[in-house]
Design a protein around this ligand. Sequence first.
Ligand code: DQA
Length: 145
Amino acid sequence: TSILVLNGPNLNLLGTRQPEIYGHTTLADVEAMSIEHGKARGVDVVCAQSNHEGALVSHIQDARGTHAGIVLNAGAYTHTSIAMMDAIKGAEMPTVELHLSNVHAREEFRHKSFIAPVAIGVIAGFGANGYKLAIDALLGFLETR
Ligand code: DQA
């Protein structure tokens, strides 16, 4: 089994971007941690990041037939992207929506998610540790399916 950990816009700046909100862990750290965590669970974790909405849509489309599911931190596209919502729906990919910060404790515009209605569930507010939680949640879902 392999799963895709997909990060969206500005997450390449993790560690230096508003560390009071997103922490000091870098994207490279998060990806290494996710791969390690997958290994311990016996699954291959493949990581990708893009700042471009269309590239993220393509990653979701291409995941079909390659990966069993997706852990997705869509960044700000979470709150705007009907295209990513449609891609998840169209690819029929079990997807866990993930946020480092607790988006519900922040600005009103972060409360709306286009991803959540097509996700199997949402994890938010646990910082970098959320990636491990999301991987476990996805694997738990895949096991009982
Ligand atoms: C984020 C929350 C989004 O609202 C924001 O635009 C991000 C990061 C998070 O991980 O907390 O880029 O997805």
